[in-house]
Design a protein around this ligand. Structure first.
Ligand code: AMP
Length: 284
């Protein structure tokens, strides 16, 4: 595995790979690699012959009050995990080479980025969209794998690629969970042992939603309110939002229509940690 830090060098390598008819797959991460990230690499491998893994804690997607500086950066461990996953190139640039002096151009998202995470984290998705666009231009992949774990981000990236005619296939990867159902996340290390076991309440909420939908309930806002109540009953757990959205538009959905797909979005604060989870349902 080669470690590349210079965007121009990465771009040159990617161009050579393309000229040699290599199918390039990219997985973009902020590091502190875990099973979720590694599952994305595996999925990319199913299609691509050359895998580029990017690690970059992107400052432009963090708000001033957020955890940019305390975000975990276990680089040596990440290198070992990436090697073991048979990544071909690890692209890990420093911030000044991604955003050099006089940098001033960025991508602005539309209404998809206004609600939920976008409303709570102003500017976050513009930062994500900008760095994803830059990294697609740097790594020139044929496919790029993103996790359903960040469902709104995934929807925005699919929109971005369509809207800006970016020539890449976006592949969606399912959520990897811990044994108790908690979605694996780099930020889970901040949870105390007790918070970690209580955090199964989010998955319990998803299971509850599944049962309700299976029972042909259509009252999505009532189901979401029940799950909100379940989460609030866990000491120290406060939902930022629990809501169903239309899978196509990401608009909040109150009542389900037959045969349509909806996604339940959960964002919950447990002390200083925010937990995100979601699941897709088809109404009968
Ligand atoms: P992050 O490093 O948190 O920015 O995540 C990098 C990529 O990994 C994103 O596409 C995430 O959606 C994905 N990801 C994060 N956690 C998981 C998980 N538990 N299961 C599957 N994919 C994940």
């Amino acid at each position: 595995m080669k470690i590349i830090t210079d965007p121009a060098e990465m771009q040159t390598i990617a161009e050579k790979l393309r000229l040699n008819r290599q199918l390039i797959g990219v997985v973009m991460t902020m590091g502190a690699l875990h099973e979720g990230h590694l599952s994305l690499v595996k999925l990319a491998r199913q299609t691509a012959g050359t895998i580029i893994l990017t690690i970059f804690v992107n400052p432009t997607q963090f708000g001033p009050e957020e955890d940019l500086h305390r975000y975990p950066r276990p680089f040596e461990r990440d290198v070992s995990l990436a090697k073991a996953a048979e990544v071909d190139y690890l692209f890990a640039p420093e911030s000044p080479s991604v955003y050099p002096d006089h940098y001033q151009t960025s991508v602005t998202c539309g209404t998809l980025a206004e609600r939920f995470e976008g409303a709570l984290r102003p500017g976050h998705f513009n930062g994500v969209a900008t760095v994803v666009t830059k990294f697609l231009n740097i790594t020139k992949p044929h496919i790029a794998v993103f996790g359903e774990k960040d469902a709104q981000q995934l929807a925005i990236i699919k929109r971005l690629v369509k809207d800006l005619d970016i020539d890449v296939s976006i592949v969606e990867a399912p959520i990897i969970r811990e044994e108790n159902g908690l979605a694996v996340s780099s930020r889970n290390i901040y949870l105390s042992g007790e918070q970690r076991s209580t955090a199964e309440i989010l998955y319990q909420g998803i299971l509850h939603a599944g049962k309700c939908i299976d029972a042909a309930r259509r009252d999505l806002s009532a189901i979401a309110a029940e799950i909100d109540g379940m989460v609030r009953s866990a000491p120290g757990f406060i939902p930022d939002y629990v809501s169903f959205v239309d899978e196509e538009t990401f608009e909040p959905a109150e009542h389900a229509e037959k045969e349509k797909e909806y996604r339940l979005l959960l964002a919950v604060r447990a002390g200083s940690v925010r937990l995100l989870d979601n699941a897709k349902f088809r109404c009968r």
